[in-house]
Structures are given as C-alpha cells and as structure tokens.
Design a protein around this ligand. Structure first.
Ligand code: GLN
Length: 289
C-alpha cells in the first residue's frame, strides 16, 4: 500500500469512529511513526514520496496506531507529546493534556513576576504552567504541587527535559506547602460533576477525572485555593486562576471576600473569560491590622 492510501484509509477509519479532524490525525500518526523510527516525516517528504510503497512492517504499525486513535485515545497520549508555549511536554494518561486556553494564564502570570520571585503552581499536572514560566522568565524559582504522584512523575520528567530547576511536592492542595510566594497560579479541576458525561469521549474516558471534576458546582477548588492559599501569597503578590468561561463572577467574589485587591478577569483569544486574578494587600494597604 502507498503512504497516500495508508493515510486516506486511516482517515476513513478515524472518521467512521467519530474522531474530529480525522484526516489530520491520520497524517499526524504517520508523521509520528516515521519520526519514531528516525526517518524523514515532514510534510515535504510526504508530498514527494506519498506514492511510494510503505514497508509491510510500517503498514502494520500504522494500523495499530489508527486502531488506538479509533478507540478515541487522545492523539497526544499516543504520541506522548503536546506543545505548549512553544515548548514540548511529555504527557500520558495521568495528566491533563496542556490546552491552548491555558496559555492565557501563563501570559498573564508572566506579567506579574520578576526575576527572583518564587512561584507556586497548584495542581501542576504535566507541569506545563510552572515549567513554561521558569523557561520564559529568567531568574524565577518555582514549586509545582499535585495530589497525584503519577502526575508528578510526568512533571518531574518534563522539568528534566526542559532543564529547569523546578521542585515538586505531593500534597492535597496546601496541606504540605510551607512558606509564601510572589505568585500562586492554578488551573484546577473546574468542570461541574454533572457536566462530565457530556464531555468529548477523548476527555471523558481518557483524561484523568481528578484533573477535571470540580465538584457539584465546579467551584470547590477555587473556594479552597483562596481560603487555604491566601496566607501563602506574599503581601503585594498575586493569585491567578484559569476558570471556566461562566465562572468569573463567582471566583472574583471569592478573591474579594478573601481580602484580595485589584481583582480582575482576562479574556482568552476566543473572547471567553479565562483568567481571574487578585493581589494580596501590602502591609500598608491593610485596614484590618
Ligand atoms: N496545570 C495543568 C494544566 O494546566 C493541569 C491542570 C489540571 O489537572 N486541572 O494543564
């Protein structure tokens, strides 16, 4: 079979399984297969060689990849990789796959820190938020926290691959966290429990439920993050969250009630409310002392 027929046939199988953007994924899986074997896999190679016969062994391996994707396993869990903030992150089934939406949070965070600051990333998952901050802002130090030991293994490995000095801690939110930070950033689980069954199969059946389920109203982690985390923000420092697009008002209220100032919301590139943040008062701004 030629490479072109393989990709066409692969795309058909994926489309029949209900995979969105089936043809594109069929191509990505061929690219991944060849790259894994150290062979040319770029678009130009494909365009020039697509009428060549694939090796029988290649064809078999490709079909296996297509079968896995047809089971709605996310492409990134098959290739083990997702790009985020221009960096490559290793992912598996124990971590949420980094989303483009979350880049808005990193961009906001970049504007709130300076060299020498310490950052805490709560619910770090793959480590994508913390590690991109450490890569992109010189002179930061940081800690990533997660309740899942399996997720932390992924974060630690990503930290090594990206040659960062991040540290990681297994803890149920702030339980084991000590000290205070110039910035606390978090993309916690925020989907309301009853909405979980309505998610895409890839997400619902293959991404970790613990990274998605934000309790009955989806807001429980924000309540706890503000309540348990505010003392861990240095005076004058920031707390920044990614939120679901209907949650801004509620989360801003939690921050205001927690004594935070300059509470604001930032939209993502799609125009949806995506990031909420607030600043802990400096000593001289506090009226309760
Ligand atoms: N911090 C990780 C991310 O943004 C994981 C978030 C989560 O598991 N809820 O991708």
């Amino acid at each position: 079979m030629t490479y072109r027929s393989m990709v066409t046939e692969g795309g058909r199988v994926l489309a029949a399984a209900g995979v969105p953007e089936a043809e594109l994924d069929a191509w990505y899986l061929l690219e991944y297969l060849r790259k894994e074997r150290g062979e040319r896999s770029d678009r130009q190679w494909y365009l020039l060689n697509r009428e060549d016969e694939a090796r029988a062994e290649e064809e078999k391996a490709y079909q296996e990849l297509i079968e896995r994707r047809a089971k709605r396993i996310p492409l990134q869990q098959i290739t083990g990789e997702q790009e985020f903030m221009g960096l490559s992150f290793w992912v598996n089934e124990h971590v949420l796959i980094p989303r483009q939406d979350t880049e808005t949070l990193v961009e906001e965070a970049m504007g709130k820190v300076k060299s020498g600051d310490q950052v805490l990333d709560m619910c770090t998952g793959s480590g994508c938020i913390l590690l991109s901050l450490l890569k992109l802002v010189p002179g930061l130090t940081g800690t990533g926290v997660d309740i899942s030991g399996e997720a932390l293994k992924v974060a630690v490995e990503n930290g090594k691959r990206l040659q960062t000095e991040a540290s990681f801690l297994e803890s149920d939110l702030f339980e084991k966290v000590e000290g205070s930070f110039g910035l606390i950033v978090s993309n916690p689980p925020y989907i309301a429990s009853e909405e979980i069954p309505t998610l895409m199969e890839e997400v619902r059946d293959h991404e970790p439920i613990g990274a998605l389920d934000g309790s009955a109203d989806g807001l429980e982690f924000y309540r706890r993050l503000v309540r348990e985390g505010k003392e861990h923000v240095k005076p004058g420092g920031w707390m920044l969250f990614e939120i679901g697009c209907t949650q801004a008002e509620a989360v801003m209220e939690f921050l205001k009630n927690g004594g935070f100032l300059d509470v604001y919301v930032k939209k993502d590139l799609a125009g949806l409310e995506r990031v909420v943040g607030g600043r802990r008062p400096k000593q001289e701004e506090r009226n309760d002392v």
